[in-house]
Design a protein around this ligand. Structure first.
Ligand SMILES: Cc1cc2nc3c(=O)[nH]c(=O)nc-3n(C[C@H](O)[C@H](O)[C@H](O)COP(=O)(O)OP(=O)(O)OC[C@H]3O[C@@H](n4cnc5c(N)ncnc54)[C@H](O)[C@@H]3O)c2cc1C
Ligand code: FES
Ligand code: FES
Length: 479
């Protein structure tokens, strides 16, 4: 059973197919066709909806891709779709701004843009161009062009008058508190099922008893199996309702990140410690995906082109893995064994990700190369973590994604760097060593030659930045 607010209406669903996406639920059983399907793969933003949830004593609104969100994610939340914005016959200010600024032509993308603008307006104090570009990077429009839409963002955010959602906020909060899940549950239709634990202990017990079940965190990878490959996921365990798996903590030595913390919640902690990590997270998918996708899911998916693993490996991150009542710690670099094969045992899951804090005398650089700047998967991604002392590299940790079947350390390159001066001769030796470390594949993202040359050039870029800190090289970090 799940309970949630469909804007103001309390909905209780006792039996639903847990493979049903919020998009199909809205357009089908709920009879709300305003939310559109463009791609069903998280790429176009036409399906953007906003979900409100309790954060302390306030409501937090996040934009999500309804096409990749299974209905179980709504449990205990408020779902707002484009139909909810107009109030007492008047367009919402974000809709009015789109009209005033001529932000729509054929209109197919418009509901998605409107919902992204709504979430942006709710989360901002005034107009900020960079924030607006970020909020809209996951929405594609094939006919209007983005300048009028950005003008609409400016109008909507600059004059942010209270709306009916603000007026109802206290009541909505109270209603969400009243329906907050108090014990673990299940959503199913008799054939397929999704278990909804609330604690890590409950999850550990359920997963040990049902190791064939698929773990569902944000679903931004997993849901593609349903929407793109038309497979059924008969048994899932949803991690998104376990508060203890969503915390992001910091002590003197490390960041301690719950596996189910959305990437947008990890951003501040990782960016404060490692600005390059923050820059990369800005370019990780879109805001809708980062609001939903998790660090644990990025690692759990074990893709050779996942963005966070090479960076985390370079930083020396560890995983806390849990199986039943026992936990173990594993260096992340030992987690990936072969293409999509990991060291995870039956019934074991990633509980936390431990990232060492920045240390004096160490330089960390990270780069992602993809065909588009925003919302695109890497061709090559690299993390460089160098301990420097008097112009000498005391220790190097170098890791790449997109260069092998798994995200991997470049051991020969590291050996060429360890103990060597930070200069051009060392650089060229280390670049040559990368050819020993990797024999990349060609695919539609990049040829093997391009990948190897790019990997070498990213190391060159790292050296240039460290040797000449005033040189601005960032602008070339996408192809
Ligand atoms: C449009 C689009 C753009 C994207 N762009 C990027 C990008 O730029 N960079 C990038 O790296 N990725 C990208 N992705 C992939 C995806 O968003 C990320 O991998 C994301 O971090 C997955 O997290 P999730 O919580 O949604 O995982 P889910 O889809 O819920 O799970 C992914 C896999 O991990 C497993 N899993 C989840 N949690 C755990 C756990 N705690 N323990 C063990 N296994 C677990 C699941 O069973 C599943 O097999 C993109 C995806 C889309 C659709
Ligand atoms: S339909 Fe394209 S992102 Fe959902
Ligand atoms: S108005 Fe036609 S796709 Fe945007």
């Amino acid at each position: 059973m799940i309970q949630f607010l469909l804007n103001r209406e309390l909905r209780t669903e006792h039996a639903l197919d847990p493979n049903l996406t919020v998009l199909n639920y809205l357009r089908g059983p709920l009879g709300r066709p305003g939310t559109k399907e463009g791609c069903a793969s998280g790429d176009c933003g036409a399906c953007t909806v906003v979900v409100g949830e309790i954060e302390g004593e306030r409501l937090r609104y996040r934009s999500l891709n309804a096409c990749l969100t299974f209905v179980s994610a709504l449990h205990g939340k408020q779902l707002i779709s484009v139909e909810d914005l107009k109030h007492r016959g008047r367009l919402h200010s974000v809709q009015q701004a789109m009209v005033d600024c001529h932000g729509s032509q054929c209109g197919f993308c418009t509901p998605g843009f409107v919902m992204s603008l709504f979430a942006l307006q709710k989360n901002s104090d005034g107009f900020d161009k960079a924030g607006s570009l970020e909020a809209l990077a996951g929405n594609l429009c094939r006919c209007t062009g983005y300048r009028p839409i950005l003008a609409a963002a400016e109008q909507a955010c600059a004059a942010h008058d209270p709306d009916h959602f603000d007026a109802e906020q206290a009541e909505t909060l109270a209603r969400l508190k009243a329906i907050a899940p108090r014990s673990g549950g299940e959503l199913g239709d008799g054939e397929k099922t999704c278990l909804l634990p609330l604690t890590v202990d409950e999850l550990a017990e359920l997963y040990l008893a049902n190791p064939q079940a698929r773990l569902l965190a944000g679903g931004t990878d997993l849901a593609l199996e349903v929407t793109q490959f038309h497979r059924d996921l008969p048994a899932m365990i949803h991690l998104a309702h376990i508060p203890a798996l969503k915390t992001v903590e910091k002590d003197a030595d490390r960041l301690d990140i719950g596996a189910a913390a959305p990437l947008s919640d990890c951003y501040a902690a990782l960016a404060a410690e490692y600005p390059d990590f923050g820059e990369l997270l800005h370019r990780f998918a879109s805001l809708q995906i980062r609001n939903q996708g998790t660090l644990g899911g990025n690692i759990g998916n074990a893709s050779p082109i996942g963005d966070s693993p090479p960076l985390l490996i370079a930083l020396g991150a560890h995983l806390v893995l849990r199986q039943g009542a026992s936990t173990r710690r594993l260096p992340l670099e030992d987690y990936f064994l072969d293409y999509k094969v990991t060291a995870r045992r039956e019934g074991e899951f990633i509980e936390r990700v431990l990232v060492p804090r920045r240390q004096p005398g160490r330089a960390f650089r990270a780069y992602k190369v993809s065909k588009r700047l925003d919302d695109d998967i890497s061709a090559v991604c690299a993390g460089f973590n160098l301990a420097l002392e008097g112009g000498v590299i005391r220790e190097a940790r170098v890791a790449y994604g997109g260069m092998a079947a798994i995200p991997k350390r470049a051991r020969a390159c590291e050996a060429a760097l360890d103990g060597a001066p930070l200069d051009s001769r060392t650089l060229e030796r280390a670049c040559a060593a990368l050819a020993e470390d990797f024999a990349p594949l060609s695919d539609f993202r990049a040829s093997k030659e391009y990948r190897l040359l790019t990997a070498q050039n990213l190391l060159r870029k790292c050296f240039i930045e460290l040797l000449t800190p005033d040189v601005e090289t960032r602008v070339t970090s996408h192809a």
